[in-house]
Design a protein around this ligand. Structure first.
Ligand SMILES: O=C(O)CCC(=O)C(=O)O
Ligand SMILES: [Fe+2]
Length: 327
């Protein structure tokens, strides 16, 4: 993490918009075309906007409406589904529950974790596997569960398409990442950021500077702005201004390790200076928990050695939860 993380951010249209509709084409050259665009974005900041994703706008609207309805509930109703009641990190997380940036104040956000639904008697749940188990669902919000489940399934499908595109971008077989994509840990997170004063304490952030832990993050943000991406080369923060109809996609630590940092897992943070309530919905595609990520041989040029030791997805994730929840 850079030493001085300035509080100032600039507007720069530096992040590309990539139309990924070609990934659904039966023509290989169209899929390769998407791979080429992904490559350029991943070699740069590892952050891009994604259009042509095929997710219906009605589903996106429903997810935002249910997210807002949940956070508008009285504190008591939210605490009824507190993640403290869940052995697998599902449910409500109160304001200030996580500190993403070491040394900063707790994040000014409240959240809700939803994962793949597994019954109590699934062998993985019985074995106490990290983050595996049933979700909690709020009572009295009948539209919440169906909207979130439909959206979760749509995000899994989009993440799989993107991972195929990532393989093509690295000149690998399109199915190269199948072992990572199979039975993945994937977390849908609903987030609410109350507004912050423009002159607020620079150590108080909506989400402190961090990199994402897994493979890909597929982020839906409302139109209030607030997400900032670190430009390592120029040592400035740039605003990832919302573009209607797109997702912001970014690469997590697993892809950086796989590619020996050729592809970036870039620092980002959130500060909500809009004066309004901000809502966002990241989907963290973390990958198969038992999959071991080690440097892809073709990502090493002659004489180069891997920067990172191989790591099991689950072990990295568990370590990052430990760091950001227990200080
Ligand atoms: O709310 C956002 O826009 C981004 C959230 C984020 O970076 C995260 O939860 O990892
Ligand atoms: Fe993030």
């Amino acid at each position: 993490m850079p030493g001085e993380l300035s509080a100032v951010a600039v507007d720069q249209a530096q992040l590309p918009v990539i139309d990924i509709s070609g990934m659904s084409s039966s023509k290989e050259d169209e899929r390769r075309g998407v791979g080429k665009a992904l490559r350029a974005a991943c070699l740069d900041k590892g952050f891009f906007y994604c259009s042509g994703h095929g997710i219906p706008s009605g589903l996106i609207d429903a997810v935002f409406a249910e997210t807002k309805a949940f956070f508008d509930l009285p504190e008591e109703a939210k605490l009824a589904v507190d993640k403290a009641h869940s052995p697998c990190n599902r449910g409500y997380e109160h304001l200030g529950g996580q500190t993403l940036q070491a040394g900063a104040k707790p994040d000014r956000k409240e959240g809700y974790y939803i994962g793949y639904e597994l019954p109590e008697d699934d062998p993985r749940v019985l074995a106490g596997k990290f983050n595996h188990g049933p979700n909690q669902w709020p009572a009295d919000l009948p539209g919440f569960k169906p909207a979130m489940r439909a959206y979760y399934a749509a995000m899994l499908d989009l993440a799989e398409r993107l991972m195929r595109g990532m393989a093509l971008s690295l000149d690998l077989d399109e199915n190269y990442f199948n072992g990572f994509v199979r039975d993945p840990l994937a977390i849908l997170r609903l987030l609410h950021y109350p507004p912050q004063q423009p002159q607020s304490d620079p150590d108080e952030l909506g989400a402190g500077a961090h990199t994402d832990f897994g493979g890909l993050t597929l982020l839906l943000q409302d139109d209030n702005g607030g997400l900032q991406v670190y430009d390592q080369d120029n040592k400035i923060w740039i605003r990832a201004t919302p573009i209607p109809g797109t997702f912001v996609i970014n690469l997590g630590d697993m892809i950086a390790r796989w590619t020996n940092d050729a592809y970036r897992s870039t620092l980002h943070r959130v500060i909500n200076h809009s004066g309004r309530e901000r809502y966002s919905v990241p989907f963290f595609f973390t990958g198969n928990p038992d999959f071991e990520v080690s440097c892809i041989p073709t990502c090493l040029s002659d004489g180069q050695t891997p920067k990172y030791a191989p790591v099991k997805v689950e072990d990295h994730l568990q370590e990052m939860y430990r760091r950001t929840y227990n200080g």
